[in-house]
Design a protein around this ligand. Sequence first.
Ligand code: HEC
Length: 252
Amino acid sequence: MEALTALARNCVFAFLTGCILLLPPAAAEEAADVATGTRLAELLRAARSVLSNYQSVINDPAVGDKHLDGERFTAEAIALYGKRTGVDLISGDLEARDHKLLRAQVEAMREVVDQRQDDINRPGIGFKGFVPAVFARLMNEKFATKVGNEALVRVTAPEVLVRNRKSLPDTWETRVINEVFSDPKRPKGDAYTEAAQVNGRPAFRMLLPEYYTESCLSCHGEPKGEIDITGYPKEGGKAGDLGGAISIVLFK
Ligand code: HEC
């Protein structure tokens, strides 16, 4: 639907400027951007899932060396991405841009996990606070230092839910969350895309909604205001509520 709306917009633009020939490439470019954005979001999700699956290992006070270094972590994230998407990240037939961006994402997650080794392997400590949301933010920050001129990946949330100020939504994200994702007629889970300016540069933007599941509620659920294991007050969320969004920017 959004692709169609964008197509219609391009159509009007092409008509007004008389360059009707621009239309197919513009539509093709948008399709490529959607594919790239989806891949970046899926690899981030795979990495978060791997970290989530290792929470009990990481938080086991009885074990020192967890044997969970960046090498093993990236291999598992790549494998999970392949299983979920049916695409082999390494040998897959990717465009040069996708190859570069996904590589940067893999290197970012590898560095975050490697830099956390002392923490992960510290015996005698239970909960380490290395939860998927923290990991994702650090990974996205590293990604930005590598390829931030070309692309940005962030996880944000409705403003009232945001725990870490670094993850506050910008004006565009707030608008999409409040005006688009709130529409009950809109199919749940559908990503929203738009051409927009970011830091004064033309860009393709994509916002993918994320909903709380039961597993999130020990921290984000009820009773609202009760302090969770990480030290933050719970948001009072319920399974199925919009809990956040992955935000992708691809600069033109
Ligand atoms: C163990 C507690 C815990 C669980 C379980 C948990 N979170 Fe969080 N979540 C946090 C913490 C802590 C932060 C702040 C991270 C940071 O410092 O960037 C956070 C941040 C977030 C953010 C980023 C925006 C913000 O508030 O800073 C989103 C979105 C989010 N969580 C969604 C989820 C979803 C969806 C789930 C379930 C799949 C989940 N969380 C499970 C503790 C948790």
